[in-house]
Design a protein around this ligand. Sequence first.
Ligand code: OGA
Ligand code: MN
Length: 290
Amino acid sequence: MPSIFPSEHSLGCRIEGVDLSKPLNHYDESLIIDAFGRFGVVCFPNQVLEPAQHKAFASRFGSLEINVAAGPYTVPNHPEVMILSNETIDGKPVGLGDAGQDWHTDMSYSTTIAFLNVLYALRVPRRNGTALGDTEFLDMCAAYEDLPHGIKKEIEDLTATHDFDKFWSKMVSLPGSKRKPLSDEQRAAKPPVSHPLVLRHPISKRKALYCNVGYVTRIDNISETASDELLQFLFRHQLKEEFKYAHSWTEGDVLAWDNLWTMHNAKADYKATEIRSMWRCQTMADRIFL
Ligand code: OGA
Ligand code: MN
């Protein structure tokens, strides 16, 4: 029987007593789906996974994404398993080294948005016994509920444009970035898309602010000035400390987070010589809304 240990924040819990290398039974599966709706960020400690098992777990909740920019950074024969790592072998990076290093929501730039990101920690950087490279989260249901009444009404029926290239270009422009600008083919594969600003969560039925500073470029169908003003307000609002939760990693952690009501940021507080390596599967929100 799995046991759930909630964090002291609105986001975050640990689920013990489930072995993710084995097929989930229906009881455990519904307990875990319920936890995504209640806690948003779910850690399964002490897991030992092969890529196929990682995929099998993540695909219980929706179809898996093959990232347009994953290119060389996937596990051989498993294009759905992306390698996030700052390790280099013979001078060549083995993975994407700077994934998620600023606030964003995964795959909000896709027509079919993300439900989950499932990360499996292989190596965690540590200094004087303290783990580095935390992943930080923000609670977008709390952010929605905390909006002034007038803004809630204003955004109720609005949509926003999300653009993959916004975050990617920002990363390219940082000093020391190993990323290259997107090719025409990559850009064409991810044209900007629009989504409603307010999302009704399919599990909890709560409303979430579905807007993130990483990918949103424009509020649709209002003037550019009005869009800039509203976005400036929403971006500042959603980054408030009170919505925040941080996950400190241990090797063997599987961390699955619900992108429908969270934003996240990979803390870049470790050096090139301090190795952080993860495998990642992304689960789309194609089944959770059915
Ligand atoms: C991602 C991401 C965060 C991390 O994989 O999309 O943002 O802490 N990763 O590695
Ligand atoms: Mn991310």
